[in-house]
Design a protein around this ligand. Structure first.
Ligand code: LMR
Length: 430
């Protein structure tokens, strides 16, 4: 009331303590989602945010997840809304670690027991939280002079490392001329410019935004380079099982580094958002791999990570990790989940092929094989920002300015429409 009358009377106030707040551009991915929702055009298509959609363009609660939820509800465990430990649910963390690093539960060998001792795990607010906690931890204890991000990378990597106060540099990743991974460029830059103690962000599979992954031979060379130069590998694993349909294949790079370079320390940010369709539940883990130098190193690492977590948000949420735990501890549910992964990854591959076929049928200028060669949720289409804008304004088709398209937004019904739109903008928009 007082404020109102003061304003009406034109009483001058002291400037706000926040008047110098800078303008911040909204997050492009989420802004695009909102714009898509607000658009009433009947043929609108969302190729923006990386979420799985069915052939009807609908969200898909995974059947295995639904069953796990029903079982959890039936169990009616009165502790289900209690606090977790600060480090998270230890059983969930063991399962998440075993899935990532490929440990078999049965017949545990001494070597495997020892290998597990190298890994300090904490539960996080999904993959973003794992990246964030990991970045803060490294900023505090590794103090890298530089974090090397691929050019391009997921835009949030930039924000996360800026918040952690670690200077960023980029290594070449995308060769626009060949629409492929610029392996030579990446290796040359890192070889010449990266310093011992720097960290490098590596996408474990389904590189976001390009959909271009190194080959196994290239991964081996990257691992050798990290080892030789003393660069700390930070893996972001957001698509295990979702990209290829195989949990093993999508974890290959992480497991190779872990098994073949046992002296090299590294870490992994693991997300269950995509592979379990648990986007809003924020299920994830951060795994710090030490060289196992002393028996208590693992525990010290967990305690230090807990110190960060407690100060930031006390602990990760519980519900989603209960679901994942249920799936991973029940053979039947796990088998069904693996089938669900196959459903999602197969549909995406099918849509890549359908878009490619349509563009070829239309004779759209340019080459389009990259759409079928790329891997995972995204295709880096090669469309320019002007063409992307025209896709939105003329056709109500939403994709990122970089030309990144979330392939799961394609359906049998809209793929022809999308291909015609691409054909038009490629021919008519400079
Ligand atoms: C994306 O890249 O679209 C997804 O990973 C969603 C996100 O959090 O950005």
């Amino acid at each position: 009331m007082i404020a109102d009358s003061e304003t009406q009377a034109g009483v001058s106030r002291k400037p706000s303590l926040f008047s110098s707040l800078p303008q911040v551009a909204g997050d492009e991915i989420f802004a695009l989602s909102h714009a898509y929702i607000a658009d009433n055009h009947p043929q609108k298509v969302s190729l923006g945010i990386g979420v799985y959609r069915t052939n009807e363009g609908k969200p898909w609660p995974l059947p295995s997840v639904r069953k796990a939820e029903e079982q959890l509800l039936a169990e009616n465990d009165i502790t289900r809304h209690e606090y977790l430990a600060i480090e998270g649910d230890v059983k969930f963390l063991d399962l998440a670690r075993d899935l990532m690093f490929g440990f078999e539960d049965k017949n545990e060998s001494p070597a495997q027991q020892q290998a597990k001792q190298r890994i300090a795990s904490v539960q996080t607010v999904s993959g973003t939280g794992a990246n964030h906690v990991g970045a803060l931890f490294l900023a505090m204890y590794l103090k890298p002079k530089t974090i090397w991000l691929s050019n391009p990378s997921w835009a949030n990597h930039t924000a996360i490392w800026d918040l952690a106060g670690v200077p960023r540099k980029t290594y070449p990743y995308y060769n626009a001329a060949t629409r492929s991974f610029d392996f030579e460029g990446a290796m040359r830059t890192l070889e010449e410019e990266a310093q011992e103690g720097d960290a490098i962000l590596l996408h474990a599979c389904a590189h976001n935004p390009t959909g271009l992954d190194p080959t196994k031979e290239q991964w081996k060379a990257i691992a050798d380079l990290c080892e030789r130069k003393g660069i700390f590998p930070f893996f972001d694993s957001a698509y295990q099982g979702f990209a290829s349909g195989s949990l093993e294949e999508d974890a290959w790079a992480v497991r190779y580094f872990f098994n073949e370079k046992p002296g090299m320390e590294m870490c992994v940010a693991q997300s269950f958002s995509k592979n379990c369709g648990l986007y809003g539940q924020r299920v994830g883990a951060f795994h710090l791999v030490t060289n196992g130098e002393s028996p208590d190193l693992r525990e010290r690492a967990v305690k230090n990570l807990c110190h960060i977590i407690r100060g930031e948000y006390s602990m990760a949420p519980r519900h989603g990790s209960e679901i994942v735990k249920k799936i991973l501890t029940n053979e039947q549910l796990k088998a069904e989940w693996i089938q669900d992964l196959d459903v999602m990854s197969s549909r995406i591959k099918k849509m890549r092929k359908a878009l490619y076929d349509e563009l070829v049928r239309l004779g759209t200028p340019g080459t389009w094989e990259h759409i079928v060669k790329q891997n995972g949720m995204f295709s880096y289409t090669g469309l320019t920002p002007q063409q992307v804008l025209a896709m939105k304004e003329k056709y109500h088709i939403y994709l990122l300015k970089s030309g990144r398209a979330s392939v799961s937004g394609l359906t049998e019904k809209n793929v022809e429409y999308v291909a015609r739109a691409i054909d038009d903008v490629v021919r008519n928009v400079a």
